[in-house]
Design a binder for this molecule. Sequence first.
Ligand SMILES: CC(C)(COP(=O)(O)OP(=O)(O)OC[C@H]1O[C@@H](n2cnc3c(N)ncnc32)[C@H](O)[C@@H]1OP(=O)(O)O)[C@@H](O)C(=O)NCCC(=O)NCCSC(=O)C[C@H](O)C(=O)O
Ligand SMILES: [Mg+2]
Length: 295
Amino acid sequence: MAGSAAYVPRRSVLYMPGSNARALEKARSLPVDGLILDLEDAVGPGDKVSARDAACEAVRSGAYGRREVTIRVNGVGTQWHEADLAAAAAAGPHGVVVPKVGSADEVRSLVAALEAAGAPAHTRLWAMVETPEAVLGVASLAAASPRLAVLVLGTNDLVKELRARHVPGRAPILAALSAVVLAARAAGVAVLDGVYNDIRDVEGFAAECAQGRDLGFDGKTLIHPGQVEMCNATFSPSEAEVAEAREVVEAWAWEAGAGRGVVTVRGRMVENLHVDMAREVLATDAAVRALAADG
Ligand SMILES: CC(C)(COP(=O)(O)OP(=O)(O)OC[C@H]1O[C@@H](n2cnc3c(N)ncnc32)[C@H](O)[C@@H]1OP(=O)(O)O)[C@@H](O)C(=O)NCCC(=O)NCCSC(=O)C[C@H](O)C(=O)O
Ligand SMILES: [Mg+2]
């Protein structure tokens, strides 16, 4: 949901292999808020260079309307990283997503590399948090550069590195998820939840979307078009939330006129901060409706 700054919708951010021409084409009409054109794990070694060219061409096409378009490069230290980063910077997407970012120093050197490659100002760094080292240092990592815009959880890599398991409810990684949300909020950057791997398990996916929303994530990363609708709905204010927010704002206006600093609405205490939250729900709802009209 929105923060206090202008609302940038990132409810649903869909990965697709940069090597999959059909997916790149299809994404032009999907109601997602963002796209990650992947050059890393979803692309085999033999396709790395052609996927890089296709992803950069897709960014340059300008064919994705209101959606934020990003490129996920191969990680620091791989044979493809430097050429990926230079090509992505030149194409000028909204974000360059870097996997397995480990520390604040690494954030600063990635930003320096983007700047050296001439990336336009709108091209921000999106850092993936998916290693124990990154989670342990996430507060300083998140605050390392004003060019860092988004933290993205990589829950597959994190589970692997922890030697944990994927279980319903995600107990093994809950502490890490919360640490990353805390760091993002403290630094004023956005934060996206990881992917749900079973594209047929609608119930499990719905539960994980709701959990991510309740933990404070701005949205969730996705792997399949069939996950978009549920994700958008979960990370948008519901009708009941909007109705309640209206009631709070109206009651406050009425009671504050009578000079009160605290009131009750349906038996619940309402103070200034609750009114701020209610106004934010209404602003997000208006923004989401405008997006729906935009396609
Ligand atoms: C998971 C998939 C391989 C499934 O592919 P497929 O079996 O082909 O799906 P469907 O037949 O159901 O596809 C139906 C139509 O939808 C299009 N499609 C499918 N996926 C996408 C997509 N991601 N974006 C856009 N369009 C998509 C198909 O082309 C079909 O279209 P049509 O021909 O018109 O019917 C596949 O979904 C897939 O490749 N998903 C993305 C995988 C990916 O990018 N993985 C990397 C990121 S996940 C990760 O690693 C996160 C992190 O690092 C971590 O550690 O957790
Ligand atoms: Mg990963």
